[in-house]
Design a protein around this ligand. Structure first.
Ligand SMILES: *Cc1c(COP(=O)(O)O)cnc(C)c1O
Length: 498
């Protein structure tokens, strides 16, 4: 078994527990004096004591953060098959483009005449997204996928209100991402859950009994979170439309379809995209994202304001007129840097290579699944798209080793574990998404690692249950960490002026 030593780091205390009084990285003359007054700031607003910050040399600071960064796993370090999250490699070119001073240095209050390039980028990018998805308009404002869902549901509500009745319910399948019901509930809709069939996809029979004039929308993720294509989507959409409802598509999995099929042609009326997933912006760990929302013609008047438009003379401007708009959903224009990255990504990719993304994403998932054979139980047998779900069902019965143990043991072998225990409909799930940016060799290495862990589980189950063995932290109590996070450091004797 190949084990990695990549992540071994010495024990690293919190930065506040380091350093010593009076130690400095760099000193300026007169620094110790607190300013008596600063132009324009009333003296009462200035702090009266030094902030309680750690006092360290520059070298200590650099080592501290460099060591911590080596504890982190990233897509630049290794294979990151986190299902649903699409942790594909993000080309450096995108970073270069986003940091061009003409983009990174502009202020959101600059008049439109001074930021024509930025507006042109947004304008063109919206149109590219329209042509990829078949929608009539896009807003780039929402700051993440979930925010795009919320925006979509607000648009749905405002549209239905304009027809005289906002309706009461939104229908969501049991395989949906948790953000779907959360976004709908935020807008005040009741959630009606419907169950997928034995084959893991939705069937008209499951939808029919719940469809009535109270249904505002149905939310469909395609491919769904089991990695399966919702084959009946057109029929389902017709049924919903027949009752006057709308179809929301969760577009987080667009990388499996892009360039191959336009979501609007499946009957979807409104859909969010996750630029940080499909269009390669580094994410995870709370990095910025963007969740543009595309709509069909009849929903366009309800999109957030302002919209980027072009006048007769070819000049771009921000249009904040739209009496039916849901209003603004984000300060300024959204996460502009993420748009630049996605624009650069599409430009570098070229129209002809966009379908290749989907083909390679699906091919890699299918290759990986074929290499795994039946080493882990697969609850749904359909051909997967860009990701697939397997479980610990047989493994647990034969060895008592569970999904979490296998995931932890993968860490010892230098891999980020796949998404586990999701989707919720599958007990002990591993949701594996290799993405299109991995080579066949990498996919083979991962398959071999997973196979060797399953073998190890049969030979020495206690060892697998003791994983990870190579990390500086072993198995923190994740429930406690989530419920009672320690986010604030309180030094002894700290005053209230922290
Ligand atoms: C990631 C994801 C979301 C949420 O997107 P965020 O950008 O994390 O808010 C919603 N639905 C699906 C299917 C996803 O994979």
């Amino acid at each position: 078994m190949k084990e990695t030593h990549l992540h071994i780091s010495p024990e690293e205390p919190a930065i506040f527990d380091r350093g010593s009084k009076g130690r400095r990285g760099i000193c300026f003359e007169g620094e110790e004096r607190l300013p008596a007054a600063i132009d324009g700031i009333p003296p009462g607003r200035l702090r009266r004591s030094q902030p309680l910050l750690p006092e360290m040399t520059e070298g200590e600071v650099v080592r501290h953060f460099t060591r911590l960064s080596s504890w982190n796993f990233s897509v630049d370090l290794g294979f990151y098959p986190l299902g649903s999250c699409t942790m594909k490699y993000n080309p450096r070119l995108n970073e270069w483009a986003a940091r061009l001073p003409g983009f990174s240095g502009i202020h959101p209050y600059c008049p439109a005449s001074r930021v024509q390039g930025a507006l042109q980028l947004m304008y063109e990018f919206e149109h590219w997204l329209c042509s990829i998805c078949g929608f009539d308009a896009f807003t780039l404002q929402p700051a993440a996928g979930a925010h795009g869902e919320l925006t979509s549901v607000l648009v749905i509500r405002k549209y239905l209100e304009s027809t005289g009745n906002p309706r009461k319910k939104i229908i969501i399948p049991d395989t949906a991402h948790g953000t779907n019901p959360a976004s709908s509930a935020q807008v005040g809709y009741q959630i009606v859950k419907i169950t997928s069939g034995e084959d893991g996809i939705l069937h008209p029979e499951a939808l029919a009994p719940h469809l009535d004039e109270d249904v505002a929308a149905v939310m469909i993720t395609n491919p769904n979170t089991l990695g399966l294509f919702e084959k009946n989507i057109r029929t389902l959409a017709e049924m919903v439309h027949g009752k006057g409802g709308l179809v929301f598509g969760d577009g987080a999995n667009l990388n499996a379809l892009m360039g191959k099929i336009k979501p609007a042609s499946l009957g979807i009326d409104v859909m969010q995209l996750n630029l940080h997933k499909t269009f390669s912006t580094p994410h995870g760990g709370g990095g910025p994202g963007a969740g543009p929302v595309g709509v069909v013609k009849r929903l366009e008047p309800f999109l957030p304001l302002p919209r980027v438009r072009k006048d007769d003379k070819g000049c771009f401007f921000l249009d904040d007129k739209g009496p039916q708009s849901i209003g603004r959903v984000r300060s300024f224009y959204g996460n502009f840097g993420v748009m630049v990255r996605a624009y650069a990504y599409l430009l570098a990719m070229g129209k002809e290579n966009i379908p290749r993304v989907a083909e390679m994403a699906v091919l890699n998932a299918n290759y990986l699944l074929s290499l795994l054979g039946d080493v882990l139980y697969r609850p749904y047998s359909g051909v997967p798209m860009h990701e697939f779900v397997v479980t610990d069902k047989n493994l647990k019965k034969e060895t008592t080793v569970e999904t979490t143990d296998v995931a932890k043991r993968l860490i010892d072998m230098g891999f980020h574990p796949p998404t586990i225990h999701f989707p919720l409909v599958v007990h002990g799930a591993f949701m594996i998404e290799p993405t299109e940016t991995e080579t066949p060799e990498m996919v083979e290495e991962f398959a071999a690692a997973l196979r060797s862990i399953v073998e190890e589980a049969h030979r020495d189950p206690e060892k697998v249950k003791g994983a990870p063995m190579k990390t500086s932290r072993r198995r923190p109590n994740d429930t406690l960490a989530a419920r009672k996070p320690q986010l604030v450091w309180r030094p002894e004797g700290a005053g209230e002026e922290r």
